[in-house]
Design a protein around this ligand. Structure first.
Ligand code: ADP
Ligand code: ZN
Ligand code: ZN
Length: 732
């Protein structure tokens, strides 16, 4: 039984005393006594005996499902993940299951809908004469028939408006089983409205076609706008025609509603989306549609990789290089890597698509584990845009902009086009500085500088969320001569508004798009196509399609060039190329300007030629020489506590244990550390890490399992927390 407990083992139970034990099979949920609590567990295996005497075994309290929630293939995937990522199986299930199922609720649940009241006391037109917004909402509900609260919100109506209509008895709510009973109808394999593929796309598709319905990994490596999505859709079409379901993973759904819309418009089958914006009931309903085979297409972010499909046909990972596919806490899995394992177990094909593939995937393609398909040209009429490096080493910038970039912005706006300004915010936001003594505002909880925010004014730590009032004078020397230094999106926004007063400046970053409706509003404004300046961080580099953007400016490329992390350069290159890909996607030719103080740097020169392939070849060589991924595999053990000595001492003990095991079993694993993490202190806790490295996955795996067992069963100093990260995204 996989019980949601931090212990890395499963537990034995007796069958329930009264219930029908025929229902018991791997993959069903059961309620079990655990200590003095009752927990929802998943049955993993039926055993004939136990190591414990029968008298010490307790019976299962009740069986929660009449059918297994996961196929045997999916059960193998989840168990593989538990072993590989060194995460207790109970926690793996807790991540994989939708919240409602995790908490033990029944799988078939009802969802509340609104509809126009059957017995309206008086005429809606009369009642809503002076309430235009309510009238719009009423019309929306009446014409749609039945809508959920969140569907109303998505359509731009507030909950308050719903309440008003409810008070007036114009609408009523009713409950209905969320799941519809039938599987989706297989689609016609050749609907008229699909676009004719160009020769490159046709070649790629022909190659994919021969590999559908068997285990295969395909890396679709195509420049932005080369029509990768069109190729996915053709492969999906093939599978949907056979009545098979397709699972599509994307980095972020809120930002790419266009992608979802494209699938909905193209395919006449139910499309469900799974993302963080759903309520628990909506999520379960989507999950059910996938599980029961009613949904033809399931689109989701990272955790959607665990969605069971009644009839799996294809997995697509769009923007496979994106770091959001790796979970950074708890169960630290990579959805991309799990997709490959899942495809193997379900004997289906997985397509990994990107304009900037990860070094891992390129390496897999080079070693023939993946089939490498390339699209070198943009589809349709768009041309690949020119990338220029602007040397700012000897220029006094105005608000972070060079003369040339300002001139170009002016020019593109005057031609009625849109401009995108990208700022790499990491380590790049304004810091508060004393001009007299050199003091800088730092967070007391972290080894990090505080960031100056203007809306609302104050100092904020981006690592622990601490907020402090803006000091009037230097706490060190009392001087009032404080200045901000560096650039952040808010500061640049202010500058751009002053400099280009006639056009709207739209800032898109984590702070400005907290609310979905605000983001939708901004995206809609961009899509209207009128001149504007779009200003943003990494979020902007993710798969948008803005046809009127013709100029992309990257304010500073140097942060990534000299990053402390081993993936820093790879990520910078990906970001630059992705941002560049946003410019000139339609008929208008695009231009990209990158500002740097190191314009001659070979990496930038390489990127300026648009040569991601040459760049990655060089980087792969460097990684090979340094013995870093993808040529070696890493396991990172982190320990943290309120003082530095405790985790250091603890990890030294762990290291001694590891060293002994390595020499005993002659494992070829290198151990580095323990060392304080590059970001030594975070949210008041000191962080120390021990890095394990090996070119042999099995050896690393086995060592990690022993170490985890050692840490779990040994005595742990009070206040100390540890975690294991297999294939870590960064070492910070
Ligand atoms: P990617 O996913 O590689 O960024 P998309 O599939 O989104 O590229 O295609 C970019 C644009 O080119 C879209 O507007 C799409 O409709 C168009 N397009 C794709 N393939 C073709 C084609 N074969 N003929 C004409 N236009 C195409
Ligand atoms: Zn001072
Ligand atoms: Zn902090």
């Amino acid at each position: 039984m996989a019980v949601p407990s931090p212990l890395r083992r499963t537990f034995d139970y007796l069958p329930p005393l009264e219930a029908d034990t025929k229902q018991l099979r791997p993959g069903v949920r059961v309620l079990v006594p655990f200590g003095n609590r009752k927990l929802v567990a998943v049955l993993v295996e039926m055993a004939n005996g136990s190591d414990l005497p029968r008298s010490r075994l307790k019976p299962v309290t009740s069986i929660l499902d009449s059918a297994a929630l996961y196929s045997s293939a999916m059960m193998r995937v989840l168990r593989w993940a538990s072993n590989y990522y060194q995460c207790p199986l109970g926690e793996v299930f807790a991540t994989a299951l939708p919240a409602n199922l995790r908490s033990g609720k029944a799988r078939n649940q009802t969802v509340s809908f609104w509809r126009a009241s059957k017995d309206q006391e008086c005429n809606s037109a009369d009642l809503l004469k002076r309430a235009l917004k309510q009238k719009h909402l009423f019309d929306f509900i009446e014409t749609t028939g039945a809508v959920t609260t969140s569907q109303c919100q998505q359509a731009g109506f507030s909950v308050q408006l719903l309440r008003e209509l409810d008070k007036k008895n114009l609408i009523e709510s009713f409950d209905e089983f969320a799941a519809r009973p039938d599987k989706f109808t297989p689609l016609d394999s050749n609907p008229e409205h699909s676009i004719a593929l160009n020769p490159e796309q046709a070649d790629a598709f022909a190659s994919i076609q021969t590999k559908l319905d068997q285990f295969a990994c395909i890396l679709l490596d195509g420049v932005t706008g080369s029509g990768k999505t069109e190729v996915y859709m053709r492969a999906m079409q093939e599978q949907l025609a056979k009545g098979k379901q397709c699972l599509v993973l994307v980095p972020e759904i809120g930002l790419t509603p266009q992608t979802v819309m494209r699938f909905e418009q193209r395919f006449a089958c139910p499309v469900v989306t799974l993302h963080s914006g759903l309520t628990d009931n909506e999520r379960l309903s989507a999950w059910n549609m996938a599980f029961e085979g009613q949904a033809g297409i399931v689109i989701g972010t990272r955790s959607a990789i665990f969605t069971p499909l009644a009839n799996p046909g294809l997995i697509v990972i769009d923007e496979e290089h994106d770091t959001s596919f790796k979970q950074q806490d708890g169960f630290r899995y990579s959805a991309r890597d799990l997709a490959v394992v899942r495809a193997r177990e379900e004997k289906i094909c997985v397509i990994l698509g990107s304009a900037t593939p990860s070094l891992e995937s390129l390496h897999n393609a080079n070693s023939n584990k993946f089939t490498h398909l390339q699209l070198r040209n943009r589809a349709g009429n768009a041309n690949i845009c020119a990338i220029d490096i602007v040397d700012i080493s000897s220029e006094t910038l105005q608000g972070g902009f060079s003369e040339l970039l300002l001139y170009k912005i002016e020019k593109h706006l005057r031609q009625q086009n849109q401009v995108l300004i990208f700022i790499n915010r990491r380590g790049f936001a304004p810091v508060l500085n004393c001009n007299l003594c050199g003091w800088t505002a730092e967070c007391e909880n972290c080894v990090a500088q505080l960031t100056v925010h203007s809306k609302p004014p104050g100092l904020r730590c981006h690592h622990c969320g601490a907020v402090k009032p803006m000091p009037i004078s230097c706490p060190h020397c009392q001087s009032k001569n404080l200045t901000t230094f560096g650039m952040g999106t808010q500061k640049i926004e202010t500058f751009l508004i002053e400099r280009f007063p006639k056009v709207p400046v739209l800032r898109i970053d984590r702070d400005s798009v907290r609310s979905k409706s605000k983001l939708d509003e901004m995206l809609e404004q961009v899509n209207r196509g009128e001149p504007c300046i779009l200003l943003g961080t990494q979020m902007l580099a993710k798969g948008h399609h803005f046809p009127k953007i013709t100029l992309a400016g990257i304010l500073d490329a140097d942060v990534g060039l000299f990053s402390a992390d081993f993936r820093g350069q790879e990520q910078m290159a990906q970001t630059i190329i992705q941002v560049a890909g946003r410019a000139g996607r339609a008929e208008e030719p695009g231009e990209v300007l990158i500002q740097s103080r190191h314009a001659g740097h070979p990496i930038l020169q390489c990127l300026a030629r648009g040569d991601y392939a040459v760049f990655t070849e060089q980087l792969l060589q460097e990684r090979k020489q340094a013995g870093m991924p993808p040529f070696a595999h890493l396991g990172l053990i982190r320990a943290e506590s309120t003082d530095l000595q405790q985790p250091l001492a603890y990890l030294r003990k762990v290291r001694a244990f590891a060293d002994e095991l390595i020499s005993q079993q002659q494992l070829r694993v290198a151990v580095l550390g323990p060392l304080p993490a590059p970001m030594e202190k975070r949210a008041g806790r000191y962080r120390v890490q021990l890095l394990l490295r090996s070119s042999n996955r099995g050896a690393l795996q086995s060592l990690l399992t022993h170490i985890c067992h050692f840490m779990e069963t040994g005595k742990l100093p009070a206040r100390l927390r540890w975690s294991v990260d297999v294939d870590p995204q960064d070492l910070i």
